[in-house]
Design a protein around this ligand. Structure first.
Ligand SMILES: NC(=O)c1ccc[n+]([C@@H]2O[C@H](COP(=O)([O-])OP(=O)(O)OC[C@H]3O[C@@H](n4cnc5c(N)ncnc54)[C@H](OP(=O)(O)O)[C@@H]3O)[C@@H](O)[C@H]2O)c1
Length: 318
């Protein structure tokens, strides 16, 4: 049994990660770390943590019964926490994005390699059964040569005091909340035919809260093999969430597939793709636990996490 410690008992930990972890084979929620002891205690009680609670990460990592950590903290904290966990010999599941600059992301890759620990990044859409089935068809050539992909994911965030809007613990807003997922999805779909991203640019705007971070981002990407992609993200308006994939022999469309639920409608050509919706958070955590148990890389490892951070940095660098 892998003993897992949870750091950052906030929204995603409470609503998705801890309930999913409770269903994962081969792991248990062991300890909880929060800046606030009562919050840690309440979370541990709600989710049946079997071990101690902590208000300090170093103390949590010193626990010899702890095998792995789930980092569900604000983005700018991820790299240092992942490096500390790796140095203590603990495997790491870190929420996306893995870091907020390339140097930090590279340091995470090095730290995990040096310590011989596994690291997975929380791109849960890779475990959406419909998106997996669609990717298999695309890689098998059903759309011919894929030439363009589009992803739109927006929502309304009314709280401008959200940490994502603060440069101290966040770097991007819409791009870190949902754009990083779209970027991962586009890379996952297009890399087999087109290699890595060679140009990335995001036009960003902050017309509502007027803070330092993107409220809306219109992203344009080009891959080495010539495929292009566009991504639209926002925290200030609602648009239908969708993906579209265009090849020279056909196209596919997914409606309401971008979200936490692992469902939505996917049409390939004029035929609906049939699949059984499943909890993608359970999928990503099961993959992490299995990777540790079998000594293999998780599906989204630290190198994939680094590539995503590189893309986010490049698209917002100019
Ligand atoms: N994959 C997904 O679908 C998904 C969805 C949402 C979020 N996420 C990712 O999950 C991570 C957490 O996001 P969230 O929405 O759960 O945020 P959240 O609700 O604000 O939770 C973050 C937790 O981190 C802890 N924390 C430690 N230092 C903090 C600081 N300086 N400021 C604020 N919180 C601090 C807080 O817990 P204590 O105060 O108890 O220490 C807080 O509850 C982010 O990296 C985000 O990108 C992923």
């Amino acid at each position: 049994m892998l003993h897992v410690g949870l750091v950052g008992p906030g929204s995603i930990a409470d609503r998705r990660l801890a309930p999913a972890l409770a269903q994962v084979r081969g792991a248990v929620l062991w300890s909880v770390c929060s800046r606030d002891r009562e919050r840690a205690q309440a979370f541990a009680g709600r989710h049946g943590a079997r071990g101690p609670i902590f208000t300090d990460l170093a103390d949590m990592l010193a626990d010899p019964r702890l095998d792995a950590v789930v980092l569900a903290t604000p983005d700018r904290l991820h790299a240092a926490q992942a490096i500390a966990a790796a140095a203590a010999g603990k495997h790491v599941f870190v929420e996306k994005p893995m870091a907020t600059d390339v140097a930090d992301a590279e340091a995470v890759v090095r730290a995990c390699a040096a310590a011989g620990v596994r690291l997975a990044v929380g791109y849960h859409l890779r475990f959406h059964p419909g998106l997996r089935a669609l990717r298999e068809r695309i890689v098998a050539g059903e759309l011919g040569r894929v030439l363009h992909m589009r992803a739109t994911w927006t929502f309304i965030e009314r709280d401008a005091n959200n940490w994502r809007a603060s440069p101290e613990v966040g770097r991007w807003w819409s791009l870190a909340a949902v754009g990083t997922h779209c970027l991962d999805l586009v890379r996952w779909y297009l890399r087999p035919g087109h290699g890595e991203i060679e140009r990335a640019h995001a036009l960003t705007a902050s017309p509502v809260h007027h803070g330092p971070h993107d409220e809306t981002a219109a992203v344009a990407l080009r891959f080495a093999g010539g495929a292009t992609a566009d991504i639209l993200t926002s925290v200030i308006f609602r648009a239908p969430r969708s993906i579209e994939v265009f090849g020279d022999a056909g196209s596919a469309r997914g409606e309401e597939v971008l979200g936490p639920h692992g469902g939505g409608r996917i049409v390939v050509g004029d035929r609906e793709l049939s699949y059984e919706p499943a909890d993608p958070y359970l999928g990503e955590l099961q993959d992490f636990v299995d990777a540790v148990a079998h000594g293999r890389a998780p599906e989204v490892d630290a190198v994939e996490g680094l590539a995503n951070v590189r893309g986010l940095c490049e698209m917002t660098s100019a």
